[in-house]
Write a protein that binds this ligand. Structure first.
Ligand code: SAH
Length: 216
């Protein structure tokens, strides 16, 4: 029996393979299980229809309300730094398209993602439903307050530029947990890691990045 091949999908599949090999060649993707997940998640489902032919290029794309879906290399950097574990419960700040949450969802137990813009929350929810992902919960609200209800989190990933590390995030993070956030108020920020230990907070710097700002 001949299995019909959807020409649109196979075209996207080829582009997705090219995106992933590019990310590997540049050293952004290193871990086998993360590489596999980047191959599985159809990024073109997470962009607007008019942008779908650019979905596998390595740059951010506009979604709604002046927001963007982060560039694939940025999602790769954040995901590799998070060292996702199958048992993890992760909090993301800024659901946007839902793509970063989708990637994480296949590597961890549960992802909670807070989005301030109702329209984007609905967009992310629809995109996740289209890809059959069920372990992501989208909460409409101000992510600066984290999400108290499901704390504590193994990891917190902030995907909008924040002027500071808010106290709620540190409180809602497990001891031993890791927070990743682009910290800064200008166009460029410093990708910052905060490890919460029994003795206090350990800060690491992972270089420059450019995210859209956190809004209140
Ligand atoms: N992670 C997303 C990209 C995020 S873009 C993806 O994979 O597509 C940044 C997002 O943060 C935008 O959707 C924006 O609306 C949201 N955001 C901005 N301020 C916020 C706040 N205070 N709380 C929650 N979300 C916020």
């Amino acid at each position: 029996m001949k299995i019909p091949i959807d020409p649109v999908d196979s075209e996207f599949l080829e582009k997705r393979e090219q995106m992933v090999s590019g990310l590997m060649m540049n050293g952004y993707l290193r871990t086998q299980k993360i590489i596999k997940v980047f191959m599985e998640v159809p990024r073109h489902v997470f962009v607007r229809d008019e942008e779908s032919r650019f979905a596998y290029a390595d740059y951010p794309l506009p979604i709604h309300g002046g927001q963007t879906i982060s560039a694939p290399h940025m999602v790769a950097i954040m995901t590799e730094l998070a060292r996702p574990n199958a048992k993890d419960r992760i909090l993301e700040i800024g659901a946007g398209s839902g793509y970063q949450a989708a990637i994480l969802s296949k590597l961890v137990r549960k992802v909670y993602t807070v989005e301030i813009d109702e329209r984007l929350a609905a967009f992310a929810r629809a995109n996740l439903a289209k890809t059959g992902i069920k372990n992501v919960e989208i909460i409409v609200g101000d992510g600066a307050e984290g999400y108290e209800k499901a704390k504590p989190y193994d990891k917190i990933i902030v995907t909008c530029a924040t002027p500071e590390i808010f106290g709620a995030w540190v409180k809602q993070l497990k001891t031993g947990g890791l927070l990743l956030a682009p910290v800064g108020e200008g166009f460029y920020q410093e990708l910052t890691g905060i490890r919460k230990t029994k003795k206090g907070l350990e800060e690491s710097n992972y270089g420059g990045c450019a995210f859209v700002p956190l809004r209140r």
